[in-house]
Structure formats: structure tokens, C-alpha cells
Design a protein. Structure first.
Length: 399
């Protein structure tokens, strides 16, 4: 369908059953133009998902508070507060810790000879990484995981949790953690947020809760999805799997970006036109909703050679799975790439004959291209049992 739209109607008005139609923008050039122009195309005015309205339907209006739902200059000030946790230097410092966690993740299943790839191998590292950056203690990390699943999986009948309850639980949790850190400051993002000032004001409790929720959700499901799509793509393209395993030092970096392009975990984001305007000759009215289909732009024939080929050697790969270079470009892109490198290296080295053992189950969602289950089998191996990693949460990112 997207191939047809790219050829015949790259900026196409889509009627919506509730009468609230939107523009579908499906080509790389126009998606990039819209993504990079927050003055004409706002994230704050009416939200960033197809269903968002002025007063978000979940009962919590995140506009102007959640960084994703905020336009510059406020967005720039918000972003500065948390970006320190994500610099290349900080990500480098986390690498040792996450390498250790990757060994443990494989240790947990290696003797069994079979497991569910998504839950047992793909989910854990993103969770540990973001919890470490945020300052969530080990014993609470599973909660973070469950809440973010419920929030993202709200359209899927297999997830029966209530997204509003999950969101409220996460707020309440962040609130408590913030109170603990106010008394006992640590070197983590939540302590930084408590002490941060914007325009002379401290962040409100609500702002802190929303920050924690955004970080918890944004870094979890997306990277897990990329890992699962990557494994599935390698199963479906055995010659690419063999090539990658033949020389990981040579192919891993380009393979990771190809995996992220191929899987495009975030299917779209939305904006709202702030003025009457035109994109590639198509007139767009002030107030119109515009959906940038990243998943389609990442298969754009005008940008990618042979876009439907999964090619781990693809050098020229300007995919926009992390956004198209605008103000909201994924804050965790470098972290995600590192996590993917670490986990694939560990899996493909210690489980060289890993193979699909059953049908993959996909998440029902038009927003996240999630994989829920991917049964795999492999020749059982031995645990490495690395010595414990002696660091407290938060210590690493502040060395
Ligand atoms: C493969 C994994 C990931 C994918 C595909 C992904 C994708 C995206 C996309 C598409 C955006 C919006 C960009 C835009 O529209 O311009 C975004 C924003 C964001 N991502 Fe990621 N992401 C991933 C991993 C992560 C990780 C590990 C974190 C860590 C916490 C993270 C944190 C964020 C945050 C905080 C934002 C909002 C930035 C802002 O509004 O300024 N992401 N991500």
C-alpha cells in the first residue's frame, strides 16, 4: 500500500472514521521537510499520535510538558536537562556495564537450548540500560517493564492491562523516587531533574513524572523491537546471517543500521500545521493533522537502492527510523545502536546455530511495529558466570 502511495499520492488525504482525517506523508523528502520544521508543523498544538486531540484522550494532557509534545524553545530547554545522560561519552561509560549484562542475559538461557527470543533475549538489555540511566533500583526494574508494555500495547488484545492505570502507576512510582532522591541525592537523572531549573523555576512534580515516563517508555519497547526484527530478518535471510557471522567486526555496524531501517520500530509520528502552507505543491490548511510514515520513507525507492532488500553491507543508509534530523531526533539513538551491537555480538558468538523454532507473533499497533513472541532453538552451551559488576545504579553515568 505504501509503495502505491509513494508512486501515486505521496501526500494523500486520509479520511478517518471519526471525521478527523489526516494527511499521510510517505516519502523521505517530505517526511524530512515536515520533521525539521517545528514552526510550521507543531508537536505541541494537538499532539503526536493519530489519536491525540487537544485534550489527550487518556485524560492526561501532555502537551507542553512531555518533551515529545513540546515545540522549541521550550523543547530545547527540556532537552538540555536530560541530554547529559546520553552523550557519546556517557554511552561509552555505560558500555562496560551493558556488556556484563549481555553476558548474563545469554547465561540465563544458554543451557536450555530454546527460549522466547523477545522476552528472554531482546527485552532485558534496553530495560537495564534505561533503568541505569534513570536511577531505578534493580528490584523495581520489572515494574517499569510491565508498565511500559501496557502503555504501548493498548490496542493489542493479548495485553489486558489498563494503559491509564499503568501510566498512573508510573507517575506514582516516579513521584516516590523523586521524594527519596530529594532526601538522599544520587548521581542519576532523577536527582538532576529534581534540582534542575527552567527559566528560574524548578520542574513541577508533574513534569518530573512525565520525564520519567517518557524515558522509561521510549527506550524499552523500541530497542526490544529492533532486536527482535533484526533476529527475524537474519533468520529470513540466511545468507546475510552467514555473512555477519563470518566477520562481525566488519559487518556489525552497518548491519545494525540496516536492522533499524528494516524493522522501523516507530511506524510514524504526527504533527499539526500551524499555518496555511504547501508541501511539494500540495496545499495544507492551518490545523490539519499530518502523519509522517517513517516506515514508508525507509523503503523510499528514490533514496535507497533496492529498498526491499535486507542488506547488512548497506553503506549509504540515511534511514529515518530515529527521526529525520529535526528537534525531536531520538535522544537514545547512540545508546540503542550500542545495545544492539552488544546483544547481537553476544548471541551470535555464543549461540552460533540459533534458529527460529515457531511462528513470530506481531503486536497489534499502528504506532510500534512490535514483535511479541519469537520462539528460537540453539545448541545448549555453558554459562560464563561473570563476577558481579560492583557498581551502584547511577554511578556509571557520572564518573
Ligand atoms: C531502535 C531503538 C529506537 C528507535 C527506533 C527510536 C525512535 C525514535 C523516534 C522515531 C523518535 C522521534 C524522532 C522524531 O520524530 O524526530 C524518538 C524520540 C525519542 N527517543 Fe528514541 N528510539 C529508540 C531508542 C531509544 C532509546 C534507547 C532511548 C533512551 C531513553 C530513546 C529515547 C527517546 C527520547 C527521549 C525521544 C524524544 C526526543 C525529543 O522529543 O526531543 N529512544 N525515538
Amino acid at each position: 500500500m505504501f509503495t502505491q502511495l509513494r508512486a501515486e499520492g505521496p501526500i494523500h488525504w486520509h479520511e478517518h472514521p471519526d471525521g478527523n482525517g489526516f494527511w499521510s506523508v510517505v516519502k523521505h523528502a517530505e517526511v524530512s521537510e515536515i520533521n525539521r520544521d517545528p514552526e510550521r508543523f507543531s508537536s505541541e498544538a494537538k499532539g503526536v499520535t493519530i489519536d491525540d486531540t487537544e485534550a489527550s484522550e487518556e485524560g492526561v494532557d501532555q502537551r507542553g510538558v512531555n518533551m515529545l509534545y513540546t515545540d522549541p524553545p521550550k523543547h530545547t530547554r527540556y532537552r538540555r536537562l536530560v541530554s547529559k545522560g546520553f552523550t557519546p561519552r556517557m554511552i561509552g561509560l555505560l558500555e562496560q556495564y551493558l556488556t556484563h549484562r549481555s553476558i548474563l542475559i545469554v547465561d540465563n538461557v544458554i543451557e536450555r537450548g530454546e527460549c522466547d527470543f523477545v522476552e528472554d533475549l531482546a527485552a532485558e538489555l534496553p530495560l537495564q540500560a534505561i533503568a541505569e540511566i534513570m536511577g531505578v533500583p534493580n528490584e523495581d526494574r520489572k515494574l517499569l517493564f510491565e508498565w511500559s508494555n501496557t502503555m504501548i500495547g493498548m490496542d493489542d488484545p493479548d495485553y489486558d492491562g489498563d494503559p491509564t492505570t499503568a501510566m498512573m502507576s508510573m507517575y506514582a512510582y516516579s513521584n516516590n523516587l523523586a521524594k527519596e532522591r530529594a532526601i538522599d541525592p544520587q548521581d542519576d537523572i532523577i536527582t538532576k531533574l529534581i534540582n534542575a531549573e527552567i527559566d528560574g523555576d524548578r520542574l513541577t512534580e508533574f513534569e518530573i513524572d512525565i520525564f520519567m515516563m517518557l524515558l522509561g517508555v521510549a527506550g524499552n519497547e523500541t530497542t526490544r523491537t529492533a532486536t527482535s526484527h533484526g533476529m527475524l530478518a537474519l533468520f529470513n535471510h540466511p545468507e546475510q546471517m552467514a555473512l555477519l557471522q563470518s566477520d562481525m567486526d566488519k559487518y556489525l555496524d552497518t548491519a545494525i543500521d540496516e536492522i533499524v531501517r528494516w524493522g522501523t520500530p516507530v511506524v510514524y509520528f504526527r504533527r499539526t500545521a500551524m499555518v496555511d502552507t504547501e508541501v511539494s505543491g500540495v496545499k495544507i490548511k492551518k490545523g490539519d493533522r499530518i502523519v509522517m510514515w517513517y516506515v514508508s520513507a525507509n523503503r523510499d525507492e528514490d533514496v535507497f537502492d533496492d529498498p526491499f532488500k535486507f542488506d547488512i553491507t548497506r553503506e549509504d543508509n540515511p534511514h529515518i527510523a530515529f527521526g529525520a534530523g529535526g528537534a525531536h531526533f531520538c535522544l537514545g539513538a547512540n545508546l540503542a545502536r550500542m545495545e544492539l551491537r552488544l546483544i547481537f555480538r553476544e548471541i551470535l558468538t555464543r549461540m552460533p546455530d540459533i534458529a527460529q523454532a515457531g511462528e513470530a507473533k506481531m503486536l497489534r499497533s499502528n504506532f510500534i511495529a512490535g514483535v511479541k513472541e519469537l520462539p528460537v532453538k540453539f545448541t545448549p552451551g555453558e554459562k560464563v558466570n561473570p563476577p558481579p559488576f560492583e557498581k551502584k545504579p547511577g554511578e556509571i553515568i557520572n564518573q
